[in-house]
Design a protein around this ligand. Sequence first.
Ligand SMILES: CC(C)(COP(=O)(O)OP(=O)(O)OC[C@H]1O[C@@H](n2cnc3c(N)ncnc32)[C@H](O)[C@@H]1OP(=O)(O)O)[C@@H](O)C(=O)NCCC(=O)NCCS
Length: 149
Amino acid sequence: MGDLEEIVQINRLALPENYPVGYFIQLLKDCKSASVVAEIDGNVVGYIITRIEKFSLTGFLTGKYPRGHIISVAVHPEYRRLGIGYQMMNYVVSKLKSMKSIKEVTLEVRVSNEPAIALYRKLGFKVDKVLEKYYKDGEPANLMKLRLQ
Ligand SMILES: CC(C)(COP(=O)(O)OP(=O)(O)OC[C@H]1O[C@@H](n2cnc3c(N)ncnc32)[C@H](O)[C@@H]1OP(=O)(O)O)[C@@H](O)C(=O)NCCC(=O)NCCS
């Protein structure tokens, strides 16, 4: 929570999806254990915010399973291509894996966002489906999933 201001600044610099500060606070309170910041010399240079959600595997049975949902990922523009995004994603995936009940990690990414899609593929994420008009400007999202065992 102490890094909130820098997280919000990087979010505004890096992404068109700029959530209200209150939403970040709510997410950080809910899921501290699977969110992360990267720091260099005490300055925040990247973050990942994750939410743990319950979902039904079949859509109609009553069983609910927790999954990790990666809500927002960004690295400060001056610190890209240094392995920071990969290191943070690896940390989050390992952390979610260590919570034994979590069987999958999901995220949405713009279909045009080649750097991010390449990052997620490198970690083993696969495109599950395309969500048409997912973003406010009408761009579709790739829904990507990683199975954890
Ligand atoms: C996507 C993002 C988080 C990557 O962070 P990063 O620290 O620069 O990434 P890394 O240096 O760890 O790169 C890891 C892998 O990602 C892929 N990648 C990262 N940047 C890339 C680029 N510009 N072009 C192609 N592939 C890229 C590569 O596969 C790379 O592995 P490699 O170095 O072995 O080729 C960063 O570009 C960013 O903040 N973008 C703006 C915000 C954003 O799009 N967030 C995702 C929203 S879903």
